[in-house]
Write a protein that binds this ligand. Structure first.
Ligand code: SF4
Length: 98
């Protein structure tokens, strides 16, 4: 999960704290744990397939904000379905949001 370096900040209320990121290129950083196999963001709490949450949801970087869960907006989203399939989970449906 990479993003422009300026989205990381030492001011904890603005952007993702630098301590949870690592340098990728001179212009890009990524969330720790997301540049490994298998990827797991250092800020993800819980057990995938049971219950998970982002520890800094309100400060998450742009790629996280732009990633849509299937049917949260009434539409399927292939990347969400693919991510869930990698963990053996079925795609979300409209019923999951009701
Ligand atoms: S939403 Fe939160 S837990 Fe998920 S990748 Fe982004 S920062 Fe990490």
């Amino acid at each position: 999960v990479s993003f422009y370096w300026a989205e990381a900040s030492d001011a904890s209320e603005n952007g993702i704290p630098v301590q949870y990121t690592e340098s990728l290129t001179p212009h890009l950083r990524c969330l720790q744990g997301t540049n490994q196999r298998p990827p797991r963001c250092v800020l993800l709490e819980g057990t995938v397939g049971v219950s998970v949450a982002c520890r800094l949801h309100t400060q998450r970087p742009s790629p996280c904000r732009e990633f849509a869960a299937s049917f949260e907006d009434g539409q399927p989203h292939d990347r969400c379905d693919q991510a869930r399939a990698k963990h053996g989970l079925p795609p979300l449906t409209l019923a999951d949001w009701l």
